[in-house]
Design a protein around this ligand. Structure first.
Ligand code: CUA
Length: 309
């Protein structure tokens, strides 16, 4: 399966498979009924029925047939919906996701230390296990939708909603905010990375570590620039400056595939461009630019952030 797939037609999760099956059955039934009605319409144009037989057609085709077909589809869809993943289960892994304009904060509970592990725009999950996402919003209404894995769920400020994901195969599944939430709604993407339970545990253990040390001159310069430019007013780097929650946690930003919620691939060059002028890549984003920074400092800062794997 190609990476970054965002398609309801290629289900890779429990709920997505049910939804896809459901859609195909409805589409098939709708097609059959449409063809039958068109055939009857053509027939009626060609011959005149006696009034008694016309009444039979109206009663049968206009009342009995829809009652039977719609009742059957209603019963079947109710039975099928009951098979969707339950909204909570004791052995599900719980992850908190908070939508913000225009990115996703993702929080894990570290069983080893009891602390929270905070990351952004990437939800890593183990395969073959139910994962319960507790959903909330910090500002306006957003909606989480990862079509290959599950249905859509609104994220409403002041209210916790939930969605259960269950990926059957390892892969990277793209998701998108599905509720208009302002200027950069379109650039509010996320990726669900499903890996084997063992790989997931290894990933979580790496994320629980504090930021990689700045063990060279240029990295030390980059870390110094981070503090000098007061990046820590919005961003946390665990082990360097903690507490800020306005912008994404950058402790392991170099390990993520993208910056700016799917806007750019993570690379020293894109980080440098983003820091200098984030408005160029994502107009309206709340991060201020740093165009007055000299090139050497900008490069050191980007090198340092890329190093935070
Ligand atoms: Cu968030 Cu649209």
């Amino acid at each position: 399966m190609p990476d970054n797939l965002q398609s309801v037609l290629h289900p890779a999760g429990w709920d997505a498979a049910i939804i896809s099956h459901f859609a195909w059955v409805m589409f098939g039934a709708g097609t059959l009924i449409f063809v039958a009605v068109m055939a009857l319409l053509l027939l009626s144009l060609r011959r005149q029925e006696r009034p008694a037989r016309a009444l039979l057609w109206i009663g049968g085709g206009g009342i009995a047939f829809p009652v039977v077909v719609l009742s059957a589809l209603l019963g079947w869809s109710t039975w099928r919906s009951a098979q969707l993943a339950p909204q909570s289960s004791k052995d599900a892994l719980t992850i908190s996701v908070t939508a913000k304009m225009w990115w996703w904060e993702v929080r894990y509970h570290d069983p080893a230390t009891g602390r929270e592990i905070v990351t952004a725009n990437e939800i890593h999950i183990p395969t073959g296990r139910a994962v319960y996402l507790g959903l909330n919003s910090a500002d306006v209404i957003h909606s989480l939708w990862v079509p290959a894995l599950a249905g859509k769920r609104d994220m409403v400020p002041g209210r916790v909603t939930g969605l259960t994901l269950r990926a059957e195969k390892p892969g990277i599944y793209r998701g998108q905010c599905a509720e208009y939430c302002g200027e950069q709604h379109a650039k509010m993407a996320l990726h669900v990375v499903a890996s084997t339970p063992r790989e997931f545990e290894a990933w979580l253990a790496r994320q629980a570590q504090p930021a990689a040390p700045a063990d060279s001159t240029v990295l030390a310069q980059g870390r110094e620039a981070f503090l000098q430019q007061r990046c820590q007013a919005c961003h946390t780097i665990r082990g360097v400056a903690e507490g800020a929650r306005l912008g994404p946690d950058l402790t392991h930003v170099g390990s993520r595939m993208h910056i700016g919620a799917g806007t750019l691939r993570t690379h020293r060059a894109t980080l440098q461009g983003w820091i200098a002028d984030p408005q160029a890549a994502k107009p309206g984003v709340f991060m201020p630019g740093s165009q007055d920074l000299d090139l050497a400092t900008l490069q050191a800062l980007a090198t340092y952030l890329e190093h935070l794997k």
